[in-house]
Design a binder for this molecule. Structure first.
Ligand code: ASP
Length: 592
């Protein structure tokens, strides 16, 4: 490698036996200092790794007097010649473990105080790590994650560039975008009492870039969502945001498969394409989830027809009232104790079920169930047949609204899949889920909301259902799932003003509201708009999964903690009175 800078000629870990006798200069941190019989061994660390430098008072007393004062994490620069280590001192754990250097000169560039934690201490709390994030990054793990993230981002740019995409920046100070979460607001000083919003995604802008003739757009885009706190959520996160003109759904999916293949390859994972596709309805029916983990079985099955006719009123009533009854068979747990079953019932209730029924196929061949008395022999036989139940199995049943049933049994499936070690962790299962519903009923709001966002095109076959049968209207929307995690989603967009107005109306927006909020967009669609479609990939999540990180915080340089705070800078913080005055803002004290 050529000279890197005036302070280092090489990366520490790039050196090898081929460099023996070369004059080099290294700069970095003192990782470890050891004293063996008066000789000082220093592991010098830089971004690339470690290289050993040694000082012997008999060889260079001047250098040695500096080495004697070195402490962990001091920053130094050393010059010297690479030499081979004596064979009995090889360090097999280091890439550079067979070479070393006796410096001819050393300079301390910066002294380090005692650190708030030892860099190699694995027990440090995350809060402390986040407070001193710059030291946490030095520990190596985060640095490696950031390095892979960089490589993946570069892969994305190179791949998309190679197929004629253009990276375009969209604004951060905008008018609200309706992605369903709460906006972060930024008060305007020059326009008193008015606010910008931070983008939840560049959705509207990327669509307007299609009207503008960009045809193929992408952006590594920061998005902001003021959502309720949850363990692994960040108020700001990064999406690989993509939009294409003159395409149908299939074009977006196959373009994305190329991108996904390249991203995964960068992380050393080979992906088979085409990626499997299933429709939303099938995903719910089989797995109880729109982001199914398909690395294992334990599929749900429908027992509505059996239960409807049975004398088990608690279930038959639910079905007569439009609900559904589904079941899941869990193998080999028939020996569970009464306490185990109580715990499982409580788990079902905590997931939203009103109750839980089950049938146990005991090892001795007998069949036990709290609902046995309500079911005929023929009904029991049909259940066993559908479940393909054998000795040792338990079949669980839930009857309720479809959303509750799927939530409970979908989570049961994941719970038992993990507990019974049924998930092959070496698998990389990718899956498209397509044909999402257009609308989702919100109990909270008491109305139908857009399941993806209001710019998503309804399935042309279901346009007549926009008003009359919202619950069964499908959208041209798709998600991509990796090992049970949603890593991206998108849709074919509406591109005519007529259809966009129709969908806004279906969502219950009043004419004035449509004009005030989206008039500019509908207007844009009047001036020649290509059919277009797009998708956004959650970059943080993808990198977190590919680095086996427990949290997306581990792939973000300076993340907020789970309370949406930056522990290093203490954001969010109070504003000065003068700032508030300039913004014409008054604070309302928090009621305790
Ligand atoms: N803007 C959408 C999102 O953030 C993605 C898309 O439809 O392209 O989920």
């Amino acid at each position: 490698m050529s000279e890197l800078t005036t302070m280092k000629t090489h990366w520490a870990a790039s050196l090898s036996e081929e460099d023996i006798s070369k004059e080099i200069q290294l700069s970095g941190w003192v990782s470890i200092v050891r004293d063996l019989g008066g000789i000082k061994f220093v592991e010098l660390r830089d971004r690339s790794g470690i290289f050993q430098v040694v000082s012997d008072p008999n060889i260079n007393p001047e250098v040695h007097s500096v080495f004697q004062k070195l402490r962990s994490e001091d920053v130094i620069t050393v010059k010297g010649v690479v030499s081979k280590r004596p064979e009995d001192t090889y360090n097999e754990t280091l890439k550079t473990g067979t070479i070393e250097m006796y410096p001819v000169s050393v300079e301390v560039l910066s002294k380090a105080d005692v650190l708030p934690f030892q860099l190699d201490d694995e027990t440090v709390s995350e809060d402390l790590r986040l407070k001193y994030r710059y030291l946490d990054i030095r520990r190596g793990k985060i640095l490696n994650n950031l390095s892979l993230r960089h490589k993946i981002t570069k892969t994305i740019r190179d791949y998309l560039d190679s197929i004629d995409f253009m990276e375009v920046e969209t604004p951060i100070l905008i008018k609200t975008t309706p992605e369903g979460a709460r906006d972060y607001l930024v008060p305007s000083r020059v326009h008193p009492n008015k606010f910008y919003a931070l983008p939840q995604s560049p959705q509207i802008f990327k669509q307007l870039l299609m009207v503008g003739g960009v045809e193929r757009y992408f952006q590594i885009a920061r998005c902001f969502r003021d959502e309720d706190l949850r363990a692994d959520r960040q108020p700001e996160f990064t999406q690989v945001d993509i939009e294409m003109s003159f395409v149908k759904q299939d074009d977006v999916l196959s373009m994305m498969e190329g991108l996904i293949k390249n991203i995964f390859k960068t992380a050393g994972v080979e992906v088979q394409t085409p990626i499997k596709r299933i429709k939303y309805k099938e995903a719910m029916d089989r797995f109880g989830s729109d982001k199914p983990d398909t690395r294992f079985g334990l599929e749900l099955f429908d027992v509505s027809d059996i239960m409807e006719k049975s004398s088990f009123v608690a279930f038959s009533d639910v079905i007569k009232n439009g609900g559904t009854a589904r079941a899941i068979k869990i193998p080999g747990i028939a020996g569970y104790s009464r306490k185990d079953m109580d715990d499982i019932r409580n788990m079902a209730i905590s997931f939203g079920a009103k109750g839980l029924a089950w049938v146990t196929y005991c090892e001795d061949g007998s069949v036990k169930s709290p609902i046995l008395k309500y079911l005929t022999e023929a009904e029991m036989a049909e259940i066993q047949k559908r479940a393909e139940a054998q000795k040792g199995d338990i079949v669980f049943f839930v009857a309720d609204k479809a959303s509750v049933v799927f939530n409970v049994l979908g989570r049961f499936r994941l719970y038992f899949g993990k507990k019974l070690n049924m998930i092959d962790e070496s698998k990389h299962d990718l899956l498209w889920v397509t044909d999402f519903p257009m609308f989702e009923y919100s109990e909270e709001e008491g109305r139908y909301m857009a399941m993806h966002h209001p710019f998503t095109s309804p399935n042309p076959e279901d346009v007549d259902k926009l008003e009359s049968d919202k619950g069964n209207c499908r959208a041209l929307a798709y998600d991509i799932i990796y090992n049970g995690n949603e890593i991206g989603g998108g849709s074919v967009r509406i591109h005519t003003p007529e259809m966009q107005e129709k969908v806004f109306h279906a969502l219950g927006l009043k004419e004035e509201e449509i004009q005030a909020k989206f008039g500019f967009m509908i207007n844009a669609f009047r001036y020649g708009t290509p059919p277009h479609a797009g998708i956004a990939l959650g970059l943080d999540r993808v990198v977190a999964l590919l680095t086996n990180s427990e949290s997306i915080r581990d792939v973000i340089a300076f993340p907020k903690n789970s309370q949406a705070k930056c522990l290093m800078t203490d954001a969010p913080a109070e504003a000065d009175e003068s700032q508030l005055q300039e913004l014409r803002l008054k604070l309302v004290p928090v009621k305790k």
